[in-house]
Structures are given as structure tokens and as C-alpha cells.
Ligand binder design. Sequence first.
Ligand code: NOJ
Ligand code: CA
Length: 714
Amino acid sequence: MKRVTILIALVATLATSAMAQTISSPNGQLSLTFALTDNGTPTYAVDFKGEPVILPSALGLKLNGTADLLDGFSAGEAVKSTFDEVWEPVWGEETHIRNHYNELLVRLTQTATGRQVNIRFRLFNDGYGLRYEFPRQRRLTYMTIEDERTEWALTGDHKAFWIPGDYSSQEYEYVESRLSEIGELAPLYKRKSVTTRFSDWGVQTALTLKTDDGVYITIHEAALIDYSCMHLVYNPETKVFTSWLTPDAIGNKGYIQTPCTTPWRTAVITDDARELLASRLTLNLNEPCKIEDTSWIKPVKYMGVWWELITNKNSWAYAKGGNIKLDLVDYSKLEPNGRHGANTENVKRYIDFASKWGCFDQLLVEGWNIGWEDWNGKQKDYVFDFVTPYPDFDLPELQKYANEKGMRLMMHHETSSSIRNYERRMDKAYQFMVDNGYNAVKSGYVGHIVPRGEYHYGQLMNNHYQYAVEKAAEYKIMVNAHEAVRPTGICRTWPNLIGNESARGTEYQSFGGIHPQHVTILPFTRLQGGPMDYTPGIFCMDLSTFSPKNTSKCNSTLANQLALYVTMYSPLQMAADMPENYERYIDAFQFIVDVPVEWTESRYLSAEPGDYIVIARKDKNSPKWFVGGVTDENQRTMPVKFDFLDKKKQYVATVYADTADADYEKNPESYRIVEGKVTAKTVANIFMARGGGFAISIREATAADRKMKPLRIK
Ligand code: NOJ
Ligand code: CA
């Protein structure tokens, strides 16, 4: 895979005093001003179309055991430059990404201590990034961070789409409220189990805001490498968000050593919600690809022995009972529980179904390996060796069986958050994958971290996730990590990181349901950092149908499930339901078969966070287009303009839509399929039921379609 930089212009334009400096975005709509206050505190402020969006906001760090880096700075040099390039991602929502910004680097010295800190600002047309840089210097070598004090001073009591602060989980419903309501609402949403809430005013990023003037602001971070994950704490009196890093087991928030840089602190700013979806700011602030040969990295469409486990129809574990200490277990002596999903026969059944369609690359099998009897127990150093299949899982036979049918198995490593155990076994586990024909692993970090007291989003764990991805690259393995820290665009640098969970995914439809608006918020928030393994494609919405004790309902119409393959961008897409559920609606399943996982371009047709999203994308390997639309708990009729199509051509559209009486609560599986001719001039008004949506596949018309009528859909 070539990574061609088509155009680069890097011009250092100015080197002057840094007391106060302003730069503009390439299109002039945004401007960013850096200034030092009277006591030498670095600040920045941002205007959008001449109006303030971020008021003067302080920058700096509090350190442990030494003077803070908050004030007392004097200005040195300020260097301005411009950068413009187009780069080609290994996979993505398009084949070319423009990285165009104006940059300001200010060099500061703390007068009393002589310590140097540089702050680098990059201003794009759609937002900014800033980071701290610590040059190599005698007076500043090791730093223990007490906390980072980066501020975002806001101009009003904006509407916010947020999840509560938590050091170990992002698996929340989003709350839509005014900023001033966060403190009151956060305790209601806090999870009781895994979480540690640090403040009722704490929220996680990516955080999306909307001002009363219709300006959208998404605050996040980019390139989270060797640092703690950043949260935000809101002060309702000053209307200021301040960064709040995840602590370690003894309360420190990070350890860094000069020369080094922090991750980027970012905000995407626009008055068109579609621009939030189109923004590539997070990716652009990451380093270019570090993998020389990327030919082995390929988007993946997959099925899995998974939903039957999540819904509790079957189990991951093989043996009866639990709490069995692994090093004492001789599986041949244990009694099978009779519900083990990953048995050879059942896995073959999935392969038989999936391989028929010619579109599925892989089959994920969870519960294939020994250890689930004590997987989250007290003996975390013993569970899971990642190389020993259960006695009823014939790995060589199954990989052969899959290969013969044009597929392969996907590996699963549930680490149960026992990091020491995983790291010491990792080389063997990856080599085992290579030896057995696997090239992708879904990893997971359920439960409290071992070493105890560490959090999922602390520096130690972030370094672990990064280590797992880089080590996987050595073995040409693609990684999809669940429960890891939310992504910050690192997939640009390490494109073998093809997915993450790091949010509330479809599994929650089986744990009590997900509010329909969730999928109208995720692309504006969580997906800003990278793709999510959301695992769509549920066709049987009443889970008690096949798992009698499970009273959950999937809060979505069937057409909404199809739309997610387009609206939730990921190079890794799962058809998450079971073959028997797909058999019931095999004509609708055709959309999952047809929809690709590789795109040349994406058009964001309509969007409003918390309400609706409509996206069109063009297939990378054919002239086909695909459109997806989702709505929240309200029904609505969306006008869809087909003006993204080639004006000179005729097309045939197949629309998978909600019926007039579809409804995520009352009638979720009711859909209709309508076919008709379309051109670039077509406008279709498509109905979306409550919790509904639509999916469209569009192909070029042929002579055989001569008599087909224009698309008519009401
Ligand atoms: C949680 C993951 O999100 C889910 O997909 C997986 O099946 C379980 N952990 C078990 O590893
Ligand atoms: Ca999860």
C-alpha cells in the first residue's frame, strides 16, 4: 500500500515575540489567539466567524514534588507556519484526506526556574489542536503529573451530549442536557459496578456541544500515546471545562520524561453538523503510518459465535459450575455444561451459513479457549493462556473447514483485564495465531485491572493497549480491542488497529436495551476518534424468542439495523445476529451481503446530533453507492437527494425502509423493500419510524433495467 503525500507546503513565515499572537484557519473562518497574562499564565482563545467560541482559557500542568508549570512564564520566540498535504489512509471513509492547517509554536520559559515549555497550536478549517512540548533540558527531566490544567472557557450554557466521567468505562447512554445540568444528572447515570466517578461535574470526551447560535463544538484529544486519558470537569459558575487526567493506583496522573510531547487537545468547531462527521482533524493530528508494508491490513466483514453468548442462549464456558482454578483443571475430567457455544458442530453451522454469501471474510468464535470457568475470578494470573482450545473445539479442523469455504476464523482474547498474564503470554498467543491461520484478534478487558488499583484509562493501561497493537503488527495481526481506552486517531499511525469498542455497543440491546437516539449521537462523539465495532445487524428484536430468560428488546427497527452499516463507519463490520434469525428475513439480509467495508468517498447528507443522520458512501471496488439513515425515538420523513450520483448515468436503487406501521417498541421487524430507477436529480422522501431508519443500495442501470419504473417511495 502506498502512502503518497501529494502536496506539501511548509512555510515558516514569522519568528517574533510570543507575548500575544494570532493565527487564522486556512479559510479565515477560525482565529486563535495566544497570550500571556500579567502573571505569565499562557492562555488561548478561539473565534469562529468573528464571534468568540472559546474565551481566554488557561494552559499548564501541575506537577508533583516540584514547582508547577502554570504561570510565571515569559515569552520567547513564536514561529508561524503553514502545512498542506493530501494523504492516503490504508482504510477509511475516503481514499484521500487533506491535512491543511496554519500553525503557531510559542516557546516559553518559566522565569523563576528556567524551565522551558513550548505550546504548539494547529488551526484547521474545522477546528484546532494544541499540545505541550517539553524540549530536552537540564532543569526539567522527569515529571510526575499531579494534573493537567488545560481549559475550555465557554460562552454560554450550551446543549451538551455527554457521558459521565469514569476512569474505567465508556459504556454509557449519552445524556443530552444543558451544561448547567451535568452535576445534577451525572449521579443518576453513573454505573454502580465498575466505575469510579471523580466528580459529579466530570464528563468524558469526545464531548459534543451546541450553542444557542447553532455552533457545534466537539472537544476531544488526538494521539493519546504514553499519557493518561483526559476527562473534563465543568465549573458551572465560570462555564469552564478543565482537563482531568486518569490517575494511577497511587493517585498520580502520569509520568513523563523530556524530551516529550503531550497528546493534542482538540475542538472541532462548525455551524453545520455534517461538518462534524466529515472532520478528519483527529486523524490529521496523528503521525503518518509507521507500518512499512500494509498489504496485509484489510477491512473485514464477519459473523460470530457471539450473540448467542451475549444473549445467554449459550455460554462461553465449557464445564459445569464456576470458580475452577485453571492450573488445577483437567478438562477431560470435567462435566460439560451442555451449553458451550464454541463447539465444532455449531461453529461449522455458522461457517456453512456465512460462506454461502461470498461476502464474509471471517468468523469470530468466542469461548474457544480454556479459562472461562474462572475468567473473572480471584486467580487472574492463572486464567487464559490463549493457546489451549476447549476439548470440543477442533481448531485445525475448523480453520481448514473455513478456509475451504473461503473464510477464516477470527481470534478472541478475553484478557479479563489481567495485563501481566496477557503481556507475558502475548508473543506465544500471537505466534499461535500465525501458526493456525488467524490474522485478526478481538481482545477484551472486562473487569478490574490487574495490577489492582489501576484503571482502564490510566497511562499504564494506555501503554499496554499500544504495546498490544504494535506487537500485533510484528506478527501481521489486526486488532479490535474492546473495553480499551477510546480511540484518538492512532489508527492513522497503526492501521492494524481496525476497531475498538469503548462505548455502549449492541451488546447492551441484550442487557436491557439502548435508547434509539444513541446511534444518532455516537458518530458525533465516540466515532470522532476512530471506528467502533458496534456489531449491528440484529434481526430478531425480542430476545426471549430464542433465549427465554432474556427479557430485553432490541430498541431498533430492522431497517435501522441495516442503516448502521453505513452511518457507523468501520473497516470492521459484523453481522451480529445468528443464522436462524437471518433466515427469517433473508431478503433484508441481502443488504448486509451487499454493503461493502471499503469506501472511496463519503457524503454527509443530513445530520443533527441526537436526532438523525443520513450518509451516502461510494464503494471502493465498484461504481455502487450505499446510503444509510437513522432517526431517534421520533419518526420523521427525510428528503434524500441523490445528487451525489454521476449526472450522466442511470441507476437502480433498492430501498430497505420501515413500513408505515413499523415502530421500535411495537413493530420493530416490519420493513419493505422498494426498487426503482434513480438519477442525480432524484429526491426521495423516505419515512423513518420511531427508532427506525433506511438503507439503500444503488447500482448502475443496465439494458435489462430498461423497463424499470422510477423509484417511488412514500
Ligand atoms: C465484552 C465485549 O464487549 C463482548 O463483545 C465480549 O463478548 C465479552 N466482553 C466477552 O469477552
Ligand atoms: Ca463491552
